[in-house]
Ligand binder design. Structure first.
Ligand code: GUN
Length: 289
C-alpha cells in the first residue's frame, strides 16, 4: 500500500507556480491576483479562505479578501461580483460557499464572468469542461486527477466508482474520469438512491468517495489492490483536540488501507490539492486562455 501525499505534492506544485510567477514578473508581466469573497463567520469557510490567502503568498500572487456579514443582501453581493468582473487588476475570484439561505447561490455563480471563475462553477465552465474545451476545472476534481497523474496511477480502461453527485465534486469528477485526456476510465456514479453501493464499489479499480458520510467506505466494499481517493472532510467532535473537532474522511482508513494499492489520507490527501488547483487556475487566468 502506498500513501498518496497530497500535502507534499501540493507544496511541490506551489513551488513550481512561484517559479513561474517569478519569471513572468522578471519579464515585466503582471502579478497574478486572486480575490476571495467571504460572507459571515462559518468556521470551515474562514479556515478555507485563510488557507487560500496563505497559498497565494506562497505562489507569489496578490490576494484580496472581501468580507461581508451574514445579513448582506443579494443585490450587494451581485454588485460586488460586478465590481470584481470589471476590475482589470483582478485575474480571478471566488465567492466562498455556502452562502446564507436568503441568497440564491446559483444566481451569484452565474453573475461571475466565466473568464474569472477560477472555481470553475459557472455553467459555461462546467459545459466546456464536459466537452473537453479549455475552461476552469473545479478545484477538487482537478486536484484529484493531478494526484493520480503525479503518482503514475493507471486509469485508462479501469472501472472507477464515484460516490456522490454534487455539482462541486461528484459530477465534475465523473466527467474528468470519463474523458479521454484525463481518466479515460469506465465510470459509475453512486448516490443515495443507488440500489447496491457495496456491490458497485467491490467491482471498482478506483473509488473516489465524496459523499460527506464519515467512515462510509469499509473494507468489505473494497477490492484487493484498489485505489481509494477520500474527499470527505466532515468535522467530528474530538475532545482531545484543541479545536474540539477533527476532520474525518468518507473512508474507514485503518481497515481499508491494507487492501489498497494507493490511498489518500484525511487530512493531507485531497484537501491540500484543492487549494493548489485553485492556484493553478488563478495562474491560468492571469496568463489568459
Ligand atoms: N466551499 C467548499 N468548497 C468550496 C470551493 O472549492 N469553492 C468555493 N467558492 N466554496 C467552497
Amino acid at each position: 500500500m502506498q500513501l498518496i501525499d497530497g500535502k507534499a505534492t501540493a507544496e511541490a506544485i506551489k513551488a513550481e507556480i512561484a517559479e513561474e510567477v517569478k519569471s513572468i514578473m522578471a519579464a515585466g508581466g503582471k502579478q497574478p491576483h486572486l480575490a476571495a469573497v467571504l460572507v459571515g463567520h462559518d468556521g470551515g469557510s474562514e479556515t478555507y479562505v485563510k488557507n487560500k490567502v496563505i497559498a497565494c503568498e506562497k505562489c507569489g500572487f496578490k490576494s484580496t479578501l472581501i468580507r461581508y456579514e451574514d445579513d448582506v443582501t443579494e443585490d450587494e453581493l451581485l454588485a460586488c461580483v460586478e465590481r470584481l468582473n470589471n476590475d482589470n487588476d483582478v485575474d480571478g475570484f471566488i465567492v466562498q460557499l455556502p452562502l446564507p439561505r436568503h441568497i440564491d447561490e446559483q444566481k451569484i455563480i452565474e453573475a461571475i464572468d466565466y473568464r474569472k471563475d477560477v472555481d470553475g462553477f459557472h455553467p459555461i465552465n462546467v459545459g466546456r469542461m464536459s466537452i473537453g474545451l479549455p475552461c476552469f476545472i473545479s478545484a477538487t476534481p482537478l486536484g484529484i486527477v493531478t494526484l493520480l497523474k503525479r503518482y503514475n496511477i493507471e486509469t485508462a480502461g479501469k472501472k472507477c466508482v464515484v460516490l456522490g453527485r454534487s455539482n462541486i465534486v461528484g459530477k465534475p469528477m465523473a466527467q474528468l474520469m470519463m474523458q479521454k485526456q484525463y481518466g479515460d476510465a469506465t465510470v459509475t456514479v453512486c448516490h443515495s438512491h443507488t440500489a447496491d453501493i457495496k456491490a458497485e464499489c467491490r467491482e471498482a479499480d478506483i473509488i473516489i468517495a465524496a459523499i460527506g458520510k464519515p467512515d462510509f467506505v469499509t473494507a468489505d466494499m473494497v477490492k484487493e489492490g484498489a485505489v481509494v481517493i477520500d474527499v470527505g472532510t466532515t468535522r467530528v467532535p474530538d475532545a482531545t483536540r484543541k479545536s474540539g473537532f477533527r476532520l474525518n474522511g468518507d473512508v474507514k482508513f485503518d481497515e481499508v488501507a491494507p487492501k489498497c494499492s494507493f490511498i489518500t489520507p484525511v487530512p493531507g490527501g485531497v484537501g491540500p490539492m484543492t487549494i493548489c488547483s485553485l492556484m493553478k487556475n488563478t495562474l491560468q487566468a492571469a496568463k489568459g486562455w
